[in-house]
Design a protein around this ligand. Structure first.
Ligand code: SIN
Length: 270
């Protein structure tokens, strides 16, 4: 694809591109918005360096691509409920996104994209890994593709978010989605189950479901489908949740890694 308003440099053959020549804190022109969207569709996750996003600019950037989603599992910032803090330090007992996942697949309408801005990162470590679910799907055998086609699976937020709340009345979403999802824009197929939220394939025994899900998780963990983003202070990553999974590597304890994420609304998976 040709770009005139941005410079787009692929990081791997299958997934990820570094974008330069744009200041994300300024309102986007139509052409910039279109080309960012094109780059996201082509590379599934796009990375930016040396950005300076206050909360309003971060939200405006997200809104250029759709409505912002209020996180259904964790509370947003006091005056900016659409923004969640992503923070770890020497007192942290866990970090968000330590297991492979696509964001909030427990929602009936999971988000299209997420935009993470990290002003503070450790000197080394704290990378985020992204996996292309197109590449993972393409590498399945025709027999396995045939088996998975038409299956659905349960995605539950309960076991993910219950340990993080003291409120026994809080309810978390639980939804059923196709195991193989067709991307609404690219029309490419991708695997749409993940180790964080997916609990069961519908209509098969628990043993069969566990066997198939574990096979798919192991398959998706193949580094041939991955890109690993090494953060610098003030980097931004924008990923398409419909065709990727990601994992936050927590190898930097007790150092500080801190920033903010907005999540952009999507559509019901098909
Ligand atoms: C997330 O799952 O959104 C967090 C990713 C990260 O902190 O790298």
């Amino acid at each position: 694809m040709a770009y005139s308003a941005l410079t787009v440099k692929p990081v791997t053959v299958r997934i990820g591109a570094e974008i330069s020549g744009i200041d994300l804190s300024k309102p986007l022109s139509n052409l910039q918005r279109q080309e960012l969207n094109d780059a996201l569709m082509e590379h599934q996750v796009i990375f930016f360096r040396d950005q300076n996003l206050d909360h309003e600019a971060h939200k405006a950037l997200g809104r250029a691509f759709g409505d912002l989603v209020i996180h259904t599992g964790v509370k947003g910032l006091d005056n900016h409920p659409e923004i969640v803090a992503i923070h770890a330090d020497g007192a942290s007992k866990y970090v968000a996104g330590e297991n492979w996942h696509s964001d909030l697949t427990c929602n009936e309408i999971p988000p299209m994209g997420s935009i993470l801005y990290l002003p503070i990162v450790p000197e080394v470590g704290g990378d985020t890994m992204f996996a292309s679910m197109y590449a993972a799907y393409d590498a399945l055998s025709p027999r396995m593709k045939q088996y998975l086609e038409g299956l659905t699976a349960v995605h539950d937020g309960e076991h993910v978010y219950r340990p993080l709340t003291d409120d026994p009345n809080k309810r978390f979403p639980c939804s059923v989605h196709p195991v193989i999802r067709t991307h609404p824009v690219t029309k490419r197929k991708g695997i749409f189950v993940n180790a964080s939220y997916t609990t069961q394939i519908v209509g098969v025994s628990k043993d069969e479901s566990d066997g198939i899900l574990n096979f798919l998780y192991k398959h998706c963990a193949n580094p041939n489908f991955h890109v690993r983003f090494r953060w610098q202070p003030n980097s931004v990553a924008f990923w398409d949740n419909r065709c990727t999974q990601h994992l936050a590597v927590w190898d930097y304890f007790p150092q500080v890694r801190s920033g903010f994420r907005v999540t952009v609304a999507g559509e019901k998976p098909m």
